[in-house]
Design a protein around this ligand. Structure first.
Ligand SMILES: Nc1ncnc2c1ncn2[C@@H]1O[C@H](COP(=O)(O)OP(=O)(O)O)[C@@H](O)[C@H]1O
Ligand SMILES: [Mg+2]
Length: 264
């Protein structure tokens, strides 16, 4: 099972959209995908048509057990209307975890331990993050093989990105192998100067870590979310879906290359 986290400390940059888009495409290809909503606002949970207030158990329950069992993870996991897509849902109570257990030993590894329990059940786990650096993001990053950082191509995006990268550096000190991350330019509008200039600066500053293509502005994303359907299922031929397919190809090739480099 590959574990990807989609994170950026800024809201509204396309995190949740990236998670659902990638999941939709992978699921249509027959891959078994587990989505994990760590955002107390539960946008991913709502996207998949669940009301987090009405759920018996959510990720919050997982965090009540520092070493969650496979049974507990399975108990919390929900099926969705979409074949091959399962969900570990969020709840508003997740927001209290920072205060309750922010400093408790081992709290940063709960999600990692939970995913290890069920790693044979899925091909991919994709984690959606809240726009805050807290227990949830630390858990997500610790559990994942790769971090995808959506960056909205508009002025001021770079400031937020710098902050995010500093955060990664701090977290990196506690992880042996370091992080692999890929910056994903989103909501790109080639007619605007802001989009073009931001893209140029992001590439200058982060070079190889930037995916060479972009996710364009596409109104189909909003339509798909209103209907609670992954974009690739709602609008298979759309520009946006095509862009996320290209991103997946890129990540596939990149991870194959990394695997070869690791081999003796
Ligand atoms: N490429 C895009 N083109 C147009 N609208 C987009 C695009 N990506 C996301 N959106 C819309 O922007 C809003 C914020 O996106 P979302 O994925 O929820 O961001 P985040 O999870 O980072 O807060 C949503 O309404 C979503 O439908
Ligand atoms: Mg979101």
């Amino acid at each position: 099972m590959r574990v990807w986290t989609v994170a950026n400390q800024k809201g509204g940059v396309g995190k949740t959209t990236t998670v659902v888009s990638l999941a939709g495409i992978l699921a249509q290809r027959g891959k078994r995908v587990l989505l994990i909503d760590t955002d107390p606002h539960a946008s991913l949970t709502a996207y998949l048509d669940y009301d987090s207030d009405g759920l018996d158990a959510t990720l919050y329950e997982l965090f009540q057990a520092p070493r969650p069992s496979a049974e507990l993870v399975k108990e919390i996991t929900l099926k969705t209307k979409f074949e091959n897509i399962h969900l570990l849902p969020a709840s508003i109570t997740l927001a209290t975890l920072d205060r309750i257990m922010g400093n408790r030993e081992g709290m940063g590894l709960v999600l990692k331990r939970a995913l290890l329990q069920i790693q044979d059940h899925y091909d991919y786990a994709i984690i959606d993050c809240p726009p805050v650096l807290g227990v949830m993001m630390v858990n997500a990053v610790a559990a994942s093989d790769r971090i995808l950082v959506p960056v909205q191509t508009e002025f001021l995006a770079l400031k937020g990105l710098e902050r995010m990268m500093k955060t990664f550096e701090i977290m990196q000190r506690s992880k042996k192998e370091g992080f692999k991350y890929t910056i994903v330019p989103t909501m790109f509008d080639k007619r605007t100067r802001a989009s073009l200039m931001t893209l140029k600066s992001v590439k200058e500053q982060y070079g190889e870590a930037v995916w060479p293509s972009v996710i364009p502005i596409d109104t189909k994303f909003r339509d798909a979310s209103l209907l609670h359907v992954p974009p690739s299922i709602y609008a298979p031929g759309s520009r946006g879906t095509y862009a996320y397919q290209t991103l997946l190809q890129f990540l596939d090739a990149l991870e194959k290359k990394e695997q070869l480099e690791r081999a003796p």
